[in-house]
Design a protein around this ligand. Structure first.
Ligand code: DAK
Length: 258
């Protein structure tokens, strides 16, 4: 897969997508969002890939939507073409596990895309923020919603209304990121987590992700009902038989994604 704004590499069952517009701090232009959508569509269809890592540079995961493209926007233009709505949600729609490895700035749309991933591993130099209010707008790709669900009302209001940045340790303390590691260890740590996930049964990992995400959309009892049905359905898979047999036989499981 060759792109102008992304570098895509594969390592066994893991694919690493690196946002690659370093001069603009990986600002999310229309071309990048289209290419990201294309890459994810292909990876979803690639049975060999069990987990994806989305990352940027050491200085910036992504400094937000490309302001040069946004500045002359009109309501009708955005409404009719819905470039952002159309392609940005591709990360949230992606059905396989996807981890954001964030170093440097994750601002505006950059923070929103990181939050669309299943979890975030942050380098100690990471900075998260929803600074859109400084530009006379507000978050437009889930920032007011996903951030609030992740960190609660008070901190989400603080971030969205003041536009301030949050350092990695604060993001960790409030549950926005799952781990903080030294910058030099970011990719190794994330790759280790991604390889662990990719070695699991792919359909089981996908269903696990679906169940966790369902908790955001349903009542507790509906979510638990959904979880129980998925759990029961797993007993129709070969991978459940293999996983439990391997435990009893004290060996590593070899999942076939069946
Ligand atoms: N867009 C375009 N270019 C950007 C950029 C951005 N978001 N962020 C940085 N750059 C460019 C700078 O213009 C500069 O370019 P040159 O001048 O060298 O040509 C280069 O990257 C380096 O930036 P700086 O010189 O500013 O670097 P510093 O280290 O001094 O500062 C910074 C780094 C990240 C603090 C600063 O660049 C900054 O504040 N950037 C803007 C951050 C920001 O406001 N982000 C939010 C953007 S608005 C939508 C859904 C979502 C969205 C929109 C619509 N729909 C569904 C319709 C999302 C909106 C946003 O994300």
């Amino acid at each position: 897969m060759t792109y102008n704004t992304l570098e895509v590499t594969k390592d066994g069952g893991v694919c690493i997508i690196k946002l690659n517009r370093p001069k603009a701090l990986n600002a999310l232009c229309a071309e990048l969002t289209k290419e990201l959508d294309d890459a994810l569509t292909k990876l979803e269809a690639d049975d060999k890939i069990g987990c994806v890592i989305l990352t940027g540079s050491e200085k910036a995961f992504a400094a937000g939507a490309d302001i040069t493209e946004l500045k002359d926007g009109t309501f009708l233009g955005m409404y009719k073409h819905d470039v952002f709505g159309l392609y940005w949600e591709s990360v949230a729609r992606f059905r396989k596990p996807i981890i954001a490895a964030v170093a440097g700035y994750a601002l505006g749309g950059g923070c929103e895309i990181a939050m669309m991933c299943d979890f975030i591993i942050a380098a100690d130099n990471a900075r998260f923020g929803q600074p859109e209010i400084n530009l006379g707008v507000m978050p437009g790709a889930g920032g007011t919603q996903r951030l609030t669900k992740a960190v609660g009302k008070s901190k989400a209001m603080d971030m969205c209304l003041t536009g301030r940045m949050m350092k990695a340790d604060e993001a960790h303390a409030c549950g926005l990121v799952s781990r903080v590691v030294p910058l030099d260890d970011l990719m190794e740590t994330t790759l280790e987590a991604a390889k662990k996930i990719a070695a699991q049964s792919q359909p089981i990992a996908m269903m696990t992700k679906e169940a966790v995400n369902t908790s955001f959309e349903t009542t507790l009892s509906q979510g638990i009902h959904f979880e129980r049905r998925l759990f029961q359905s797993m007993f129709s898979t070969e991978d459940q038989k293999e996983g439990m047999a391997a435990f009893i036989e004290k060996r590593k499981p070899h999942f076939n994604n069946k």
